[in-house]
Design a protein around this ligand. Structure first.
Ligand SMILES: [Zn+2]
Length: 241
């Protein structure tokens, strides 16, 4: 498929992420965006989008804000730690979007993406916690980015979204261990908390748990992704009201 990749601030064209998408067999449009003039960068992105009508748009950091400020109709977005609070005027994204963000990102707060999903009325599953830092250039982040592009570009919904058929759960439950453990980063104190997970309770669970370190209540959302890996997101409970 054809992917428009919008790079981050002062990132070079042809970096590890667009190169990974290219070597995975996709056509990648990777325009150089103006580093100083944000409206000029949006205009450059819009021009490439209009000329090529790509299947998916990937925007990394400032490039994520560029993607959000384009006029792209229903074209799916895959946003990597989008810097939407720093640049542009848009504070929401369309339903056919996936956001990847590391809870350990020290450049753009993970919570900015939590807020973006809430603004947009998207389910927590649309935000995937992955990676160890702002770059999202580790192997797991790269493969989740590719998975997100191929899923949305094919027009399929997120696999856990269809409660009627639930084929995904039926197909995948057979050989998966039902007990596991996973970890999340407490939003209040930043400690990594390891929790036991009983997958026989379902592959999507939401519950409130007090952080064993700082005792603040976190809303824990967990799900099992397409590759059978556990994903956990923790948010402060009071944000839910
Ligand atoms: Zn805590």
């Amino acid at each position: 498929m054809q992917i428009l990749f919008l790079h981050g601030w002062n990132s070079a064209v042809g970096g590890i992420k667009p190169t990974f998408l290219k070597t995975s067999g996709h056509t990648v449009l990777n325009p150089a965006l103006d580093h100083d003039d944000f409206p000029a960068a949006v205009a450059q992105g819009q021009q490439i989008f209009d000329a090529h009508q790509p299947d998916v748009i990937v925007g990394s950091s400032r490039g994520g804000a560029v993607a959000m400020n384009l006029t792209t109709g229903p074209t799916p977005l895959v946003l990597l730690c989008p810097a939407w609070k720093n640049w542009g005027t848009t504070d929401r994204i369309a339903a056919s979007s996936i956001v990847l963000h590391s809870p350990d990102d020290d450049v753009i707060p993970y919570h900015d993406s939590v807020e973006l999903l809430r603004n947009s009325g998207l389910p927590p599953e649309s935000l995937i916690a992955v990676g160890q830092d702002h770059r999202l250039a580790d192997d797991e982040s790269l493969s989740v980015m590719l998975w997100s592009c191929e899923l949305l570009g094919s027009g399929r919904p997120l696999p856990w979204i269809d409660p009627d058929t639930n084929l995904w759960e039926a197909e995948n439950n057979s050989d998966r261990p039902t007990h596991s453990e996973a970890s999340y980063v407490c939003d209040a104190c930043g400690e990594e908390i390891v929790v036991p997970v009983d997958l026989s309770e379902g592959s999507r669970q939401t519950y409130v748990e007090d952080c064993p370190v700082c005792c603040r209540a976190n809303l824990i959302s967990l799900h099992v992704d397409d590759d059978g890996r556990l994903r956990i997101i923790a948010e402060p409970e009071q944000d839910q009201g």
